[in-house]
Design a binder for this molecule. Structure first.
Ligand SMILES: [Zn+2]
Length: 512
């Protein structure tokens, strides 16, 4: 069967920690794309997330907590799943690398690569960071310590018989793929960084661990499979490879892998080389989001600058957090985050612009027309603006530009608020002839309907509240090509005034 499903993935999150807003950021981004594609896409979509549960680090923290690694992961995984429920993440599949199907599939993949001569025996000696489960060349160490800025722990000298993936043999093909597909890794800075890494040369990758007990057992014994190889294969094992090739054929290749930029090397060099070795097509796009920084630095547990989603949703609500994270910066760039910025954007974009438009439109309709939508009519000037906004919104999301999509929607929100001020419905209501008032009210309701569709992937609860306030049922904006036609809001629809969607928050109240 041919591929017929839009397939997108988040990184697998490591179960030695619990979610903060950096994890939420990648996952909300994936959720926006998934919801948009369900509503607007031509076919099906499949949204995969999950957890990476193997490796010595997990075994160590589990032992410290007095649990087996599996027991430890079971309880951490519940916290990840609960977090995603709490912020309305609509994933289709949650994979755990301890799932028996995944483990069996990884062993099959490993065996295939050995049989093909892509994995060969050798001896590994080198500096190893236990925390990152990564071998580092001596030249990369900083004062004899791990070069990862988040880690900087002491590295240890490992010397063992090991198996190697012949990564270096794929360098030419990888370079050719980069040259032929200049947009396959984004943003551009990520592409450039990875391409220069390739040009600098590649070493073979040690893919077995004799001393790590918590992982997928090597077929034939002698230790476990390198946790990164196990984890990164989730994108194909979750899709059915190699145990359910029919399912796999509908999903693969992935349309988008959303990742954090700290794991670019694994996703744009090691991963495509593994796929080439398996004779599988490569994902269409790997997009690395930037970091959320606090006071100019990446959030860090040790510095106490980690923000949990609940700290923001308690004050601003789930939808507002989702909106602000994606509206704040171009996706792919780092951005500084503070509660003051969150508050400013909440009050400006959500309370003043969107909340106000919804409230005033539906209140006027209730007051002047008993909440009944007047006769449908065409307003060429307004509808042309919405058609343009739709095109810009679609184009932005096709390019993983969340801020761009929101900008085109918010230009329409502001245009409708301006339309209210220019037409002054409260004065039109004093005229004996109500025809002009009816036309203005219809325009406002119809514009609101389009905005509900634009808003829904980003703020699902808000989009649904707007949709149902207009007397509509189903998923806002679905099916897209029918819904986004000016004039589709039916005459006679019965509307209601929802409770204020985004009550203004005063700075003093926010600080308390
Ligand atoms: Zn380290």
């Amino acid at each position: 069967m041919p591929k017929d499903t839009f397939y997108l993935t988040t990184p697998l999150y490591y179960t030695n920690s619990t979610p903060h807003i950096g994890h939420a950021y990648s996952t909300i981004a994936a959720d926006v794309l998934a919801r948009y594609h369900r509503v607007a896409g031509k076919g099906k979509s499949h949204f995969l997330t999950g957890t990476d549960e193997h490796g010595q680090r997990i075994a160590d923290v589990a032992a410290a907590a007095g649990m087996t690694p599996k027991e430890f992961c079971d309880q951490i995984v519940e916290r990840w799943k609960q977090q995603w429920r709490d912020i309305n993440i609509s994933y289709d599949q949650f994979i755990r690398t301890t799932d028996p199907d995944h483990e069996a599939a990884v062993q099959r993949i490993f065996t295939t690569l050995r049989e093909k001569g892509d994995i060969v025996p050798g001896r590994y000696e080198g500096w190893y960071c236990r925390n990152d489960e990564t071998f580092w060349p001596e030249s990369k160490l900083i004062d004899g310590r791990c070069p990862n800025p988040e880690c900087r722990r002491e590295v240890e000298w490992l010397s063992e018989d090991a198996l190697f993936f012949k990564l270096s043999a794929y360098r030419e093909r990888l370079i050719a793929h980069f040259l032929a597909n200049p947009a396959w890794v984004r943003p551009q800075s990520a592409y450039n960084e990875m391409f220069s890494l390739l040009e600098g040369g590649l070493e073979d990758l040690c893919v077995s661990r004799a001393t790590v007990g918590w992982g997928v057992p090597l077929p034939g014994g002698g230790g476990t499979i390198y946790v990164w190889v196990d984890a990164i294969c989730n994108y194909i094992t979750a899709a059915g490879y190699p145990l359910d090739l029919d399912r796999f054929s509908h999903l693969w290749p992935a349309d988008v892998h959303l990742i954090g930029k700290e794991i670019l090397r694994f996703h744009t060099i090691i991963w495509p080389a593994l796929l080439m070795a398996l004779d599988l097509p490569l994902p269409a796009l790997v997009f690395a989001n930037g970091w959320i920084t606090m006071e100019g630095e990446k959030m860090s547990k040790s510095k106490g600058t980690v923000v949990r989603p609940a700290e923001l949703t308690a004050q601003f609500g789930v939808d507002a957090m989702r909106y602000v994270l994606l509206a704040q910066a171009a996706f792919g760039s780092d951005f500084g985050f503070s509660e003051e910025q969150m508050l400013r954007r909440y009050n400006a974009d959500l309370a003043n612009d969107l909340g106000n438009l919804v409230q005033r439109t539906l209140s006027m309709l209730a007051r002047y027309r008993d909440g009944i939508v007047p006769e449908s009519h065409v307003n060429d000037a307004l509808s042309a603006g919405f058609d343009d906004a739709r095109a810009a919104y679609e184009d932005a999301l096709a390019n993983i530009d969340f801020r761009g999509a929101l900008t085109s929607a918010w230009e329409r929100v502001r245009a409708l608020n301006l339309y209210v001020e220019q037409t002054k419905p409260w004065e039109l209501a004093k005229k004996p002839d109500r025809a002009e008032l009816d036309r203005v009210l219809y325009d406002l309701c119809e514009g609101l309907r389009w905005i509900a569709a634009f808003v829904y992937p980003f703020m699902p609860t808000t989009g649904e509240a707007m949709w149902s306030s207009l007397g509509l049922s189903g998923v806002p904006g679905a099916p897209w090509s029918d819904a986004l036609r000016w004039g589709a809001l039916a005459t006679g629809s019965r509307t209601t005034v929802p409770p204020a969607l985004f009550p203004r928050i005063e700075a003093a109240a926010a600080a308390s």
